[in-house]
Ligand binder design. Structure first.
Ligand SMILES: Cc1cc2nc3c(=O)[nH]c(=O)nc-3n(C[C@H](O)[C@H](O)[C@H](O)COP(=O)(O)OP(=O)(O)OC[C@H]3O[C@@H](n4cnc5c(N)ncnc54)[C@H](O)[C@@H]3O)c2cc1C
Length: 218
């Protein structure tokens, strides 16, 4: 089973609509489809073209025959990062912001927001404690950490759901819940996918569709 998180991001100067297209699957499906052959040790830049071709076919109905664009596109495991200390003075002053300090599963769409809020909190802390860097860094973490903890807590069920959705699909009766969800923010509804799955937790967002992998991997 493959699932896609898709949501519009921009319209090009030529008028073409572009969307983010993030695909999740479980390891067994990924290997069975032969998608584990891309050498992830090559430097950033090259995209996994075999995966692109495969997913264009799997999701042909949802993308209505259009092409998938790639940009350093590879498979990866999402890792939730929590950092014990966000700042240090020794051996030199360092403050961590954004993903360096914390991550939250992308289905809650908050990573960039958290990084920006860190930057605002750090700037405010430095301004409020002129000449007192230790106090500023302590104030920075105290101000920014609570909302990060809340987002990471809210992301946990979403992460768990997306890591096990194949199992839920097999457990639920077909038709017991919709396969695609399309919030008001999404201007482009997608066709219902062939196979219903259980609904993700409310923290997840964007439209989603699932499609079974091809029966004959290549
Ligand atoms: C698949 C996916 C989808 C996501 N979707 C969303 C979303 O819809 N909404 C949202 O808010 N968040 C989303 N996120 C999370 C979001 O991308 C991150 O939380 C956000 O980019 C973190 O910003 P950052 O500046 O901390 O780190 P980054 O954006 O990773 O920036 C770090 C930069 O540092 C550079 N760098 C690394 N090492 C070095 C070095 N040694 N020297 C110099 N430069 C270096 C990197 O090249 C990079 O440009 C998503 C994440 C993923 C993985």
């Amino acid at each position: 089973m493959f699932a896609v998180h898709g949501y519009p991001i921009t319209t090009t100067a030529a008028g073409a609509a572009l969307s983010t297209f993030i695909v999740e699957t479980d390891e067994a499906t990924w290997r069975a489809a032969g998608l584990d052959e891309f050498d992830v040790t090559v430097p950033p830049g090259p995209s996994d073209e075999k995966t692109r071709a495969y997913l264009e076919e799997v999701f042909a109905e949802q993308i209505e025959g259009r092409k998938l664009l790639v940009n350093n596109s590879r498979w990866g495991n999402f890792r939730t990062r929590r950092t014990a200390r966000w700042a240090t003075l020794d051996p030199r002053p360092v403050a961590l912001l954004g993903d360096a300090a914390h991550t939250a599963h992308f289905s809650v769409g908050s990573g960039t927001k958290m990084a920006m809020e860190d930057a605002v909190a750090l700037a405010q802390a430095l301004t409020s404690h002129p000449g007192d860097l230790p106090a500023a860094l302590t104030a920075y973490e105290a101000a920014a950490r609570p909302s990060v903890d809340a987002v990471q807590g809210a992301a946990r069920p979403s992460l768990s759901w997306w890591e096990h959705f194949g199992r839920y699909h097999d457990a639920f009766e077909p038709g017991s819940s919709p396969t695609t969800s399309c919030p008001a923010a999404s201007p482009t509804p997608v066709s219902p996918a062939a196979t219903p799955v259980s609904s993700p937790p409310p923290t997840a967002r964007g439209w989603r569709a699932t499609a079974r992998s091809r029966s004959t991997p290549r």
